[in-house]
Design a protein around this ligand. Structure first.
Ligand SMILES: Nc1nc(=O)c2c([nH]1)NC[C@@H]1CN(c3ccc(C(=O)N[C@@H](CCC(=O)O)C(=O)O)cc3)C=[N+]21
Length: 286
């Protein structure tokens, strides 16, 4: 069997087309959605992502502002900027690009973002709302994975899902979303004993490890769905996922490529969250 290749570019473009209409009507109501991206330092991968986000905003008619700060910017300066953005009526979403330089405390910075503008879904209030099943912003990458599967007609209801990785930005929120979809979720990580035995039980594998080609066919039950969240920059500058795509596609029933898979969905979900933030602001002003 050779796997169905889930086309993140196509699914993301369909979502963006729907958003475009909603944005047009928001603009007509005088509420153009606005996104502020804050980038500290010169991390080359971050530069690429931030450019992709700017481009998506431009394509959709979202107002976007990128604040590029020197790598030696103080934490106080950064928090002052966030407070100003919290107050700005043109800005509905604030994203502080990770990773931040070592002298800055991520928690203090993320905590300074108003929860109403937390389109990344990283603020403790957003995280809490996700866990208790209340309304709030959901982190873009795991939300993109759910949207991608839904769009491809893949249900996780009652199925076994193995998430490999327990980060705050992917693994943990991914598990919370999968539980909400009635999956039986196992969260695996670097300390998991007999990892292959665990992942081979899974109907769906979500790989968010951060190591290129980590998931080989030995990890995969034949016919499983394999979602690759990895974004690993190789020495030659190419982007690689966490899954050995060529080998695993021969035994999986569906698989996502990198690039052109989950990364595209991540950007689309960020646009969706920004539109939602703008819509809520408009509704509450009525
Ligand atoms: N506060 C914060 N929020 C984030 O959402 C965030 C972050 N920090 N730091 C880094 C990660 C990574 N990330 C990606 C965004 C777009 C692509 C993307 O556009 N990928 C395309 C193209 C990749 C390319 O070839 O350059 C693709 O996979 O097809 C990938 C990865 C967001 N992140």
């Amino acid at each position: 069997m050779t796997a169905l290749i889930l086309d993140g570019k196509k699914i993301a473009n369909e979502l963006m087309a729907r958003l475009h209409k909603e944005i047009d009507s928001l603009i007509e109501s005088g509420a153009r959605p606005g996104l502020a991206v804050v980038l500290v330092g010169e991390d080359p991968a971050s530069q690429v992502y931030v450019r992709n986000k700017e481009k998506a905003c431009a394509d959709l008619g979202i107002h976007s502002v990128v604040h590029r700060l020197d790598s030696d910017t103080s934490q106080d300066k950064l928090i002052d900027l966030i407070r100003a953005l919290n107050e700005s009526s043109e800005i509905h979403g604030i994203l502080v690009q990770k990773p931040l330089p070592g002298h800055i405390d991520d928690k203090a910075v993320i905590g300074a973002i108003s929860a109403e503008k937390d389109v990344d879904g990283f603020h403790p209030i957003s995280v809490g709302n996700l866990l208790i099943g209340d309304e709030g912003f959901v982190p873009c990458t795991p939300a993109g994975v759910i949207e991608m599967m839904r769009s491809a007609g893949i249900s996780v209801d009652g199925k076994r899902v193995a998430v490999i990785g327990r980060s705050n930005i992917v693994g943990k929120p991914m598990a919370a979303l999968l539980i909400r979809e009635n999956a039986t979720v196992t969260v695996c990580h670097s300390k998991t004993a007999n990892l292959q035995e665990v992942t081979r039980e899974a109907d769906v594998i979500v790989a968010a490890i951060g190591r290129p080609n980590f998931v080989t066919p030995e990890y995969v039950k034949p016919g499983a769905v394999v979602i690759d969240v990895g974004v690993n920059r190789l020495p030659d500058g190419k982007l690689a996922g966490d899954v050995d795509f060529e080998a695993v596609k021969e035994i999986a029933s569906a698989i996502t490529p990198v690039p052109g898979g989950v990364g595209r969905m991540t950007i689309a979900m960020l646009m969706k969250n920004t539109v939602e933030a703008a819509r809520k602001t408009l509704e509450s002003s009525r």
